[in-house]
Design a protein around this ligand. Structure first.
Ligand code: KG4
Ligand code: ZN
Length: 349
């Protein structure tokens, strides 16, 4: 059978991305436009700004991915787009572009679930299927564990009851005067600190039967520590006033370690509960080096097969839209009146 091609579009939050993926799962080209500089002064993603930026970037991003792939539009088998979950305005831009191209080029449309795509990203570049597995998504919006029997079938095992792990990283980074997005910057500062100097709480870790997470109390514990080791207010650089540089690095390291311990404890508990053999981890926080290293050690000690998405496919991207091939092979296409489903994935308990 000759090779077929898919154009995938991603615009769920603040990355505008497009990718060309062939029917063997090979990524022929991809283009990701980030919006970090636009949201930095607000220390978080502003939905209206994100939607407008997607509008400006979506066509150049699709055009770049198509040109780099050298695949002509008439050779495409379908247009895929993430329609759920995400920010409403952001999702609408990606879906509208996908619909317009599907209509203009007379190609079928395939809507995909962004969280299932994050799990699927673990299998990109891996020869064998990653399913069945426990899928673990650790991102800015989600921190959730799923039993995944196949790419499109999943059962919710547990997740955060308040903030997502990435959200906690971003908020603690603001408290420490670090730039947005906070995860990478906080992790860099943590590398200068002693991760055992300050012991922050590990919420819910003692509740062994529960596969849930909670990061808001941990965030508050960091706030109190900062208040106790600095003067009120921040200096001109946004750093807590009068705080010793080593204390700041130790707070970052102690916080990062507390989050990592919670994530690893619940991932291992999910493996025990489901008796699954393979753990697949994706989402922006899965790009964190210490998390990757410590999780690899924990899995090795328990003979769990661990697959973490490659760092460039942990954060939002369109290559993970390769998931659409699974729907195409089952003949699951969507009509042109397909709508977005904004918000977060809501667990069924
Ligand atoms: O998956 P993603 O790109 O977007 C969502 O779907 O949420 O994840 C973004 C999140 C942000 O909160 C960011 O701070 C966090 O992932 N992140 C990290 C790292 N890189 C990105 N958190 C910790 N360490 C990192 N190296
Ligand atoms: Zn994401």
């Amino acid at each position: 059978m000759s090779t077929e091609y898919l154009l995938a579009i991603e615009s769920t939050c603040d990355e505008t991305a497009a990718a060309l993926i062939d029917s063997d799962g090979r990524v022929r080209s991809e283009c990701v436009a980030t919006q970090e500089s636009l949201h930095e002064k607000f220390s978080g993603v502003v939905p209206e700004i994100a939607a407008r930026a997607h509008l400006e970037r979506i066509l150049p991003v699709i055009d770049t991915a198509l040109r780099e792939s050298k695949v002509p539009p008439h050779a495409l088998s379908a247009i895929a787009v993430a329609t759920f979950p995400g920010l409403p305005g952001s999702l609408i831009v990606g879906l509208s572009a996908a619909k317009a191209l599907a209509l203009a080029w007379n190609k079928p449309l395939v809507g995909i679930n962004h969280i299932q795509a994050h799990i699927y990203a673990c299998g990109l570049g891996v020869a064998e299927s990653i399913y069945p597995c426990v899928g673990f998504i650790v991102s800015g919006g989600h921190t959730s564990l799923y039993r995944c029997d196949d790419p499109l079938g999943w059962d919710y095992l547990g997740g955060t009851i308040d903030d997502a792990a990435g959200e906690a990283f971003d908020k603690v980074a603001v408290m420490l005067g670090l730039p947005f997005p906070g995860g990478p910057a906080l992790s860099k500062l943590a590398a200068q600190g002693d991760r055992h100097a300050i012991r922050f709480p590990r919420p819910l870790v003692d509740q062994k039967d529960r596969l849930d997470f909670s990061f808001s109390g941990l965030k508050t514990a960091v706030r109190y520590r900062i208040a106790g080791s600095s003067n009120p207010g921040h200096n001109a650089a946004g750093i807590p006033a009068g705080m010793a540089e080593q204390e700041r690095a130790n707070i970052a390291a102690g916080f990062e370690q507390a989050v990592i311990d919670c994530l690893i404890a619940k991932a291992i508990a999910a493996m025990k509960k489901t008796r699954a053999k393979r753990l697949c981890v994706g989402g922006g926080v899965a790009a964190n080096r210490s998390f990757r290293e410590q999780l690899a050690e924990a899995c090795q000690a328990r003979r769990i097969e661990l697959i973490i998405a490659k760092p460039q496919w942990c954060t939002d991207n369109a290559a993970m839209g390769a998931l659409a091939w699974e729907k195409i092979s089952r003949g699951q296409f969507d009509p042109l009146d397909l709508d977005v489903q904004p918000g977060l994935v809501r667990p069924k308990r």
